[in-house]
Design a protein around this ligand. Structure first.
Ligand SMILES: [Zn+2]
Length: 443
């Protein structure tokens, strides 16, 4: 284990699976111990509470998505990306972009909500974001720039079965968190549900609970759950560059990762987490959201996004309770939208971007985009994608040495590439075939 080296005037918190957090000067061994959900301090507080009327049920969420798609078909398109584990309900992704039905040569972003059933403020936010940005598309140049130059994927309901179940079982706390996959052994019910945000295929075996009765049950194997498979498949297919998943609660912005080898992207993730959190005022108005590191030894979506795709992915813990009242919700939605717009502009205007093409044919090449000092054996490399040969790397300002590698081609070394603040460095990389490959091609 390597301890995080970050220091800052802003309080840095390590968030762990119990929902409690410790400051980093506490023993790191604390982080590895799974929490006991039964000791959750909120138990009494929630016993008699009802879900406020304005929270939409699943049918109402889907109706809202459909009405937005019908109203703005030129920038919003719905695609089924999978089905839920138990009831085989569709899992929908909305693509927000100009020409949304076409695959365009644009960096891709992925937002999600409702991994956890009771964290409904997340879906209130993703719907609010879609509604507002589509509404102002014609008049607001920032919305236009983002929609025209990015492919923004939004999965409002990752866990439809769990959300439905939660609405049907509101009498007792704690309201539902997981999906509703049932586990039986010798006809004995071992417990219900997998924590979808402990089921992603990155450090899966180290995180969450290992018995089905745990609120944090990680499932029988990595990415065993159809909901998680759908998310991973979409993210890989679109070569997602950055993203966020909206959970509740705690007034925190979390980034991957602590309690694991320090990621080569830690500096930029930390900078961005600060920028995002600084735009989110807490309910009491006295401070902005705290930032924290996710426990890297758990199959959480943000860990997977960074570990498998090198995507800059953040976990928002919105609000101060699972079902805040309308007043708190309004404040959260407004501020989260501002911080997400800031995040999207950062994505669009940071680092290097370009294409890798075959020198002779001009055709796109899938290549490894290696940046000296920013690669490590425990984290995936970032590749150019297949359709256009497009690549992106999000990097802080500085000078970088790049090496572009592809099978059958001569390595291309690109020294001293300058990255400026708020400005993308555009590159086109022409790869020459290796001699033997050229000979092969003539046969
Ligand atoms: Zn959550």
């Amino acid at each position: 284990m390597i301890l995080p080296t970050i220091s800052s005037s802003k309080r840095l918190l390590i968030f762990i699976i119990t929902g409690f957090y410790f400051s980093p000067n506490l023993s790191i061994s604390l982080l590895a111990s799974p929490g006991n959900p039964n000791s959750h301090a909120e138990k009494l507080e929630f016993d008699d509470k009802k879900i406020p009327e304005f929270y939409p049920n699943l049918t109402e969420i889907y109706a809202k998505m459909d009405s937005l798609c019908a109203k703005y078909p030129h920038i919003l398109h719905k695609e089924q990306i999978g089905v839920s584990s138990t009831k085989a309900q569709p899992i929908w992704a909305l693509k927000l972009s100009d020409n949304p039905e076409r695959s365009e040569d644009e960096p891709a972003v992925l937002f999600s909500s409702l991994h956890h059933a009771r964290e409904a403020i997340g879906v209130l936010f993703t719907l609010h974001f879609l509604e507002e940005i589509t509404r102002v598309y014609n008049s607001n140049p920032i919305a236009q720039e983002l929609i025209n130059n990015l492919s923004i994927w939004v999965v409002p309901v990752v866990n439809p079965d769990g959300y439905e179940y939660m609405f049907q079982h509101t009498k007792t706390f704690p309201w539902w968190r997981k999906n509703i996959r049932n586990y039986y052994t010798r006809k004995r019910n071992m417990g219900l549900g997998v924590d979808l945000n402990r089921n992603y295929n990155f450090n899966w075996k180290n995180g969450g609970g290992d018995t089905p009765s745990s609120w944090y049950y990680r499932g029988q194997s990595a990415a065993s759950e159809a909901e998680v498979q759908a998310m991973q498949k979409l993210a890989l297919r679109e070569n997602i560059l950055a993203g966020a998943t909206f959970h509740s609660y705690g007034e925190l912005v979390l980034f991957p990762w602590g309690n694991y080898y320090t990621s080569p992207d830690q500096d930029i993730l930390y900078e961005w987490a600060k920028g995002i959190a600084n735009r989110l005022e807490k309910k009491d108005g006295r401070d902005t959201y705290d930032i924290g590191m996710l426990d890297g030894l758990a199959g959480q979506s943000s860990n997977w996004m960074l570990g498998q795709l090198r995507a800059a992915d953040f976990t928002f813990e919105l609000g101060t309770e699972y079902f805040p009242d309308q007043k708190e919700v309004n404040k959260v939605l407004h501020q989260t939208r501002k911080s997400v717009m800031f995040f999207l502009q950062n994505i669009l205007h940071t680092g290097i971007r370009g294409h890798v093409v075959d020198f002779q044919t001009g055709k796109p090449v899938v290549a490894r985009i290696l940046v000296e000092g920013l690669e490590a054996s425990f984290i995936a490399e970032r590749n150019s994608e297949e359709m256009f040969g497009r690549f992106e790397r999000l990097m802080l300002p500085g000078r970088y040495n790049l090496t572009i590698l592809a099978k059958g081609y001569c390595p291309q070394f690109m020294p001293e590439i300058q990255v400026q603040k708020d400005e993308v460095t555009e590159l086109t990389v022409f790869l020459m075939r290796e001699e033997s490959s050229q000979l092969d091609a003539t046969h």
